[in-house]
Design a protein around this ligand. Structure first.
Ligand code: 13P
Length: 251
């Protein structure tokens, strides 16, 4: 679906730590039969156990991109429990989610590691999706633009300007079942600050409590090029409905 100019909008979901292989295949089979609206690039990010099974149904080069939720920055070696970018590529992933707030909060993901992983993804031709976002305290202190801009700068340090990188702005306070959905006013300044950081225009996806109720309003924020969704897209019908909204908002 992507051409030289890239898709006009993105709709993606991370399944986080949900879905058996059977559930993952069932979801993927439904997506394989969808006629996607033109200009919209859908992607799904299964848990590592299901990447290969999903990519068999949604193969590389097809309309739906398959991603991985994380990967190590080294290509191989004695790193028990980890998987590498060449391994997720081998399984069929062509996108790599990096630096999600749950990994930053619970698994010691630092800006430095995020940068190493961005470089690893680019080395192997995998599209990095860099997740950034301020927490509630930083927002209350009026530091959202500064914090998020600094996360993006760190993630992209040493990365060529021409490299294709997606950004996902996901305020930590908006993510998950305890999250408060962001309003367009909440996000407009941060999105504007990162969309052209360093003089290069990059697609910015919004994530955090996206639902059928707020998707159109969030897509209407200037420079938001798509949505990155958790819970509301864990049922395939939700994902397809959100893709339709994204398509409508991007034409
Ligand atoms: P929710 O949509 O469940 O809030 O999760 C968003 C997210 O973290 C996507 O990466």
């Amino acid at each position: 679906m992507s051409d030289d100019a890239g898709p006009s909008a993105w709709i993606g979901t991370s399944w986080k730590m949900t879905k058996t292989l059977a559930q993952a295949r069932e979801y993927a089979r439904v997506l394989a039969d969808v006629s996607w609206p033109s200009g919209v690039q859908p992607f799904v990010v299964p848990p590592a156990t299901a990447i290969a099974a999903v990519a068999e149904i949604l193969p590389p080069g097809g309309p739906v991109l398959v991603g991985a939720q994380d990967a190590h920055w080294e290509d191989e070696g004695a790193w028990t429990g980890e998987i590498s970018v060449p391994q997720v590529w081998d399984a069929g992933a062509r996108l790599l989610e990096i630096g999600h707030s749950e990994r930053r909060a619970h698994f010691g993901e630092t800006d430095e590691r995020v940068n190493l992983k961005v470089r690893a993804a680019l080395r192997h031709g995998v599209l990095p999706l860099v997740c950034v976002g301020e927490d509630a305290e930083q927002r209350a202190a009026g530091a959202a633009v500064e914090v998020v801009s600094s996360q993006v700068r760190a993630a992209l340090a040493g990365v060529p300007e021409t490299a294709r990188v997606l950004l996902a702005y996901e305020p930590v306070w908006a993510i998950g079942s305890g999250g408060r959905p962001a309003s367009p006013d909440d996000i407009v300044d941060v999105v504007a600050a990162i969309a052209d950081l360093g003089g290069t225009a990059r697609p910015v996806l919004y994530g955090g409590s996206v639902s059928l109720d707020n998707a159109a309003a969030l897509m209407a924020v200037p420079r938001v090029n798509g949505l990155f969704v958790g819970r509301s897209a864990w049922q395939v019908e939700g994902f397809i409905a959100l893709a339709a909204i994204v398509a409508e908002c991007s034409t």
